[in-house]
Write a new protein. Structure first.
Length: 106
């Protein structure tokens, strides 16, 4: 599943994520700037926080309570379209989706 990450510099990165895998792993392993994933994917650190810039309708299931809480308390400038990339799994519906790296509070 191909998705795009926009780094803080404006640089666009095309990332191929195996279906069923959270987007964070492929983004981190590809060295997307800002995707640090300190907690290793447990929805606790918000260093994988991104804004959903473009995605097909219904492509992203609503966040669970723990994800929403971490975004609210740990995320840098939480917005309506904030998500933790460790909690969003690659599905065919996400093909071509675009995410802007937002990460955590410093
Ligand atoms: Fe820590 Fe996603 S990797 S919240």
């Amino acid at each position: 599943v191909n998705v795009v990450f926009i780094e803080a510099s404006g640089n666009r990165r095309d990332i191929d994520v195996p279906e069923g895998e959270p987007l964070m792993y492929a983004a981190r392993d590809a060295g997307v700037v800002g995707i640090i994933a300190e907690c290793g994917g447990s929805a606790m650190c918000a260093t994988c926080h991104c804004y959903v810039v473009e995605a097909a309708d219904g492509a992203l299931p609503a966040p669970e309570a723990n994800e929403a809480d971490t975004i609210e308390f740990m995320g840098n400038e939480p917005r309506e379209n904030s998500r933790l990339m460790c909690q969003v799994k690659a599905t065919p519906a996400l093909e071509g989706a675009v995410f802007e790296v937002a990460t955590g509070r410093s």
